[in-house]
Design a protein around this ligand. Structure first.
Ligand code: IMP
Length: 422
């Protein structure tokens, strides 16, 4: 039976999913985003140019692949239009190969205002949201108030919009949040018109028909498993299911139609925004990783927090997602380290554990490390696995043994070509 593959992040996002989707797209007919929205920033580099995609799937630069924005995604028309404009400027013909689910929810200007109001009201407990309106939009989805892409075609779209905005105004008044909606609405409605040039589809039918016809589908996740609304470090998470099950909900694919699950992780860890991070390096070593790895948000520009690889967290994500193969990103960033630490266990309430407990706050878990030798050489021009330094091969084998899943790609730089197939 033909099945869809899923590609997702195993850490706190920013693992490098966009690059790998771009590398793998020639093997697929369809690339489909299943959750998240413009809080994501998927970065791709080829021919010396760097592109950041927020909502559009990362297969868009290939000539034949169809790219679907699934029902689980939330769309900000204004940001979506900017992405379309950037593609037009690059001469990418997206009209025939970019399809949007009618069931995907729309981010209204007031959702963004509510996001800002909610964060402001949380004070020092703020989530560190990207402020793209993601949380409030998913709240309206589950609260059964949301506006969907399919509603754009309805004659009473504007009326539905007004009803929802009235609700939002009451909430904004509750927050005593000041705003000027009249400044934001024209661009939003212009962008809604721009969306109309695309094809809106019943993506669940499209995807299931494609599976039956033997088409190769890759479901592209956003954020990472540790930001999942159910399994992440709640409440410091995003508002969608970033794990493999999210691909079932976010595209209408039955669990028995999921094939390979590709887990993407960095050779170290990063996190942007608030929340616990057991292996965080709030010191010179962390700063060195940040600078070499250019660890600044693709969406918000914020400095990312950095730390060593966390095996208990990785194993947790592998279990929840049913990962069948791993791809390790940014190995080149660790090239300048004589020694590398790997967190193998936690001490949790005096006991040594190798799983993720309910809380990973510093008061609950202390990471235990093993130190391995670094490779200390430039990797960025290597082209084959035989050329990898022994210490890096050992690092790969160490992780494979610890988690029990093979690593099939090691990425040694941001460009498409800097990819070693293992
Ligand atoms: P939100 O999804 O914008 O509300 O943000 C919730 C949390 O998830 C914050 O800590 C964000 O920094 C984080 N987050 C959201 N999207 C991404 C992403 O694509 N990469 C990394 N972190 C993200």
């Amino acid at each position: 039976m033909n099945k869809a593959d899923v590609l997702l992040g195993l850490q706190w996002g920013d693992e490098g999913k966009g690059k790998i989707v771009d590398v793998l797209t020639p093997k697929y007919d369809i690339i489909a985003r299943f959750q998240g929205g413009p809080n994501a920033g998927h970065t791709l580099e080829f021919n010396g140019i760097k592109h950041v995609l927020h909502t559009i799937p990362s297969g868009i630069f290939h000539p034949t692949a169809i790219n679907i924005v699934g029902n689980g995604v939330v769309i900000d028309p204004v940001i979506f239009k900017k992405e379309l404009d950037a593609l037009t400027n690059m001469g990418v013909d997206f009209k025939s190969k970019l399809l949007i689910s009618k069931r995907a929810h729309l981010i209204l200007p007031t959702h963004r205002l509510l996001d800002a109001a909610s964060e402001a009201s949380k004070g020092k407990n703020k989530i560190g949201s990207t402020l793209k309106g993601i949380g409030p939009t998913y709240m309206d989805k589950t609260g059964r108030n949301g506006l969907r892409v399919g509603d754009i075609e309805s004659p009473d779209f504007k009326e539905k919009y007004n009803v929802l905005v009235e609700k939002h105004k009451q909430l904004l008044a509750f927050h005593q949040y000041e705003y000027n909606l009249a400044e934001l609405e024209p661009a939003w409605f212009t962008a809604i018109d721009a969306l109309k040039q695309l094809t809106f589809i019943d993506s669940e039918h499209y995807v299931n028909d494609a599976i039956k016809k033997g088409k190769k589908i890759l479901a592209e996740g956003a954020q990472g498993s540790l930001l999942d609304i159910d399994f992440g470090s709640y409440p410091f998470v995003t508002s969608s299911n970033t794990v493999c099950a999210g691909a079932c909900n976010g595209l209408g694919i039955a669990p028995n139609k999921i094939g390979g699950v590709i887990g993407i992780f960095k050779a170290y860890c990063t996190r942007v925004g608030s929340g616990p991070f057991p292996t965080e390096l709030d010191n010179e070593t962390g700063e060195k990783i940040r600078q070499i790895g250019r660890e600044f948000g693709a969406t918000t520009g914020r400095a990312r927090r950095t730390g060593w690889l966390d095996i208990p967290a990785l194993k947790y994500a592998i279990d929840i997602n049913g990962v069948t193969e791993l791809m390790m990103m940014k190995a080149d960033v660790l090239s300048d380290f004589a020694n590398i630490d790997i967190c193998t266990h936690y001490i949790h309430r005096g006991e040594r554990i190798d799983y993720l407990p309910f809380s990973i706050e510093p008061s609950e878990v202390t990471p235990v490390y093993e130190t391995v030798k670094g490779w200390n050489c430039d990797l960025t021009k290597l082209t084959a696995k035989e050329q990898l330094p022994k210490e890096l091969s050992d690092y790969v084998k160490y992780i494979e043994k610890a988690v029990g899943v093979p690593i099939t790609i090691v990425s040694i730089g941001p460009d498409r070509t800097q990819t070693i197939h293992m």
